[in-house]
Design a protein around this ligand. Structure first.
Ligand code: NAD
Length: 282
């Protein structure tokens, strides 16, 4: 039976360590504040914002919602980001994506100051992850995977890891972070041939493809740790990961569930980044 790598204890530990830092900031009258920028009324973005608000308000962290109509122009959004960059009462900013199609997302994101880019959306922040610059924040989801591996003492040094998915949000930065911890990383993507065979040889699989039940028991071996990043809305109306949990769990040695795995750690990492940003700006 596999060890179930639940996210809650990992998140609790991150929050526990944060409490003292938040208290120290509050003694200096600083309340870490995250601006969440949304253009339009995407339901899943709104649901995520509510979950961040709920988690943050319990821990003395502030959330400022900045909502713009779907019809807003790119220049207006850039102006908002520039205001956030200069606002001393706002320490971090998260921009809900995707932005409306009439905006050039890649160009807009570059206007956010790296000091406030707590989810690593700008090229400068991403460059920091790739060059090992510790002053830049890593993407929260990629770091959440690393936090889970560390919390459960999964060894990385010299181990073989496959990352499935090469997006700039998860897969690519995660592959660099794993290499930074001395793992030997294979990137798999939609054009990779024999992904199952490649994965079956690994010590660690991280699935971030956004394909329900992509990873079945053909991808696995008995000594493997599987981290499931996927969030897929199934035909049953429930959330499913990229891993066929029921088929894989009896085979591998450790596996993260969906829900209750990476997703629950991501918000805690966001909180940690916000507090770090507030400390640095102070
Ligand atoms: P994306 O669509 O930007 O990238 C998906 C990647 O998977 C691409 O690189 C593609 O090449 C690869 N891919 C697609 N099909 C594949 C296949 N059959 N075999 C191998 N590779 C394949 O997605 P993303 O933003 O990186 O997100 C990936 C998943 O992680 C999604 O389900 C998303 O909802 C989830 N996610 C979870 C969190 C969290 O906090 N848990 C955060 C962000 C994203």
């Amino acid at each position: 039976m596999a060890l179930i790598l639940k996210g809650k204890p990992v998140a609790d530990e991150i929050y526990r360590k944060l409490d003292e830092r938040v208290k120290r900031l509050s003694e200096r009258n600083i309340r870490p504040c995250l601006a969440i920028v949304r253009v339009g009324n995407d339901e899943s973005s709104e649901a995520y914002e509510s979950s961040v608000l709920k988690a943050f308000s319990k821990r003395g962290l502030e959330v400022k919602n900045c909502v713009m109509p779907e019809s807003s122009q790119e220049a207006e959004l850039v102006e908002l980001l520039q205001k956030i960059n200069c606002d001393e009462a706002v320490h971090g900013c998260m921009i809900m994506r995707p932005l409306p199609k009439h905006m050039n997302e890649n160009s807009v994101l570059q206007h956010l100051s790296p000091a406030k880019d707590v989810d690593c959306v700008s090229r400068q922040a991403l460059g920091g992850v790739f060059s090992g610059d510790k002053d830049c924040f890593a993407p929260c989801t990629a770091q959440a995977c690393m936090e889970i591996l560390d919390y459960y003492n999964i060894p990385l040094k010299g181990k073989r890891a496959a990352v499935i998915g090469r997006s700039l949000v998860v897969g690519r930065p995660l592959s660099i972070m794993l290499q930074g911890r001395d793992a030997t990383v294979t990137m798999c993507h939609s054009k990779t041939e024999n992904t199952a065979e490649i994965c079956a040889e690994q010590d660690i699989i991280i699935a971030a493809a956004g394909k329900e039940k992509l990873v079945d028991k053909n991808y696995t071996n008995n000594n493997q740790c599987v981290i499931d990043v996927g969030i897929n809305l199934g035909s049953d109306g429930k959330i499913h990961g990229d891993v066929d949990f029921d088929a894989v769990e009896p085979v591998v040695s450790a596996i993260s569930p969906v829900p209750g795995g990476v997703g629950s750690v991501t918000t805690a990492v966001l909180a940690e980044h916000l507090v770090t940003a507030a400390e640095r700006q102070f």
